[in-house]
Design a binder for this molecule. Structure first.
Ligand code: SF4
Length: 221
């Protein structure tokens, strides 16, 4: 496989992090509070699927597992795009083995608008880069993408899904994605472990799960 949105974001934070994900994932130490945050984010994302009413979800698991079958998801997505399904969730796309699954696609007169859901009170820079990766893959797969939104967690718990339009910023990063995606693809396949001195990238924008391994502490500090 090529790389996913998560791979791209992790590889851009630190190339060694992506390499370890691919070759030595057992070295990860995920702090419980981070896992809890990830779980809460998944729950918020699941609830957001219904924000536009009825929807079709594209998730397909490999038999007997909770591992998504990416090829089947992409094929199912292509069928629903062809049918003109109004709201498609977890819409999957593959471009030269690079993969993305988009939280929500909503049909418009000329194509589809995009909604990426984040369980955060405001849009952060890394969310825009995240959406830019999604746009790059969808655009290369020839989907007509209209507006792109990040759905943040607003203060009204009765109606917490607040879309923020980031179309210009996300589409404007296509060149940047193209500059790095192929290099990250090559790098992740390297047999040799990538050398990278620990530094600010170990904590920003996200604390690295290999902190203990690279700092020789056996855990995060
Ligand atoms: S701890 Fe730092 S150097 Fe090591 S993989 Fe993570 S970000 Fe990279």
């Amino acid at each position: 496989m090529g790389i996913t949105k998560t791979d791209f974001m992790r590889g851009m934070q630190c190339r060694k992090m992506l390499w370890l994900d691919k070759h030595r994932p057992s070295l990860r130490v995920i702090p419980p509070e981070v896992q809890a945050r990830l779980d809460a984010g998944n729950e918020f994302g699941d609830q957001a699927m219904a924000m536009f009413g009825p929807y079709e979800e594209m998730t397909v698991y490999r038999p007997g597992t909770q591992i998504p079958d990416k090829k089947k998801m992409a094929a199912r997505t292509a069928e629903h795009l062809e049918m003109g399904t109004p709201v498609i969730c977890e819409a999957a796309f593959i471009y030269y083995n690079n993969y993305c699954a988009v939280d929500i696609l909503r049909k418009t007169e000329s194509g589809y608008d995009v909604y990426e859901v984040k369980n955060a009170p405001e849009v952060r820079e890394q969310f825009i880069r995240d959406a830019a990766f999604q746009y790059y893959i969808m655009n290369r797969c020839r989907l007509k993408v209209g507006r792109i939104h990040i759905v943040v967690h607003g203060p009204d718990e009765a109606n917490p899904f607040v879309p923020v339009d980031i179309t210009g910023e996300a589409k404007g990063l296509s060149g940047w994605i193209n500059e790095h995606i192929w290099d990250l693809n090559r790098m992740q396949k390297s047999r040799e472990e990538i050398e990278m001195a620990p530094g600010e990238q170990c904590k920003s924008p996200y604390e690295c799960w290999y902190y203990g391994y690279c700092h020789g502490t056996g855990g995060t500090e």
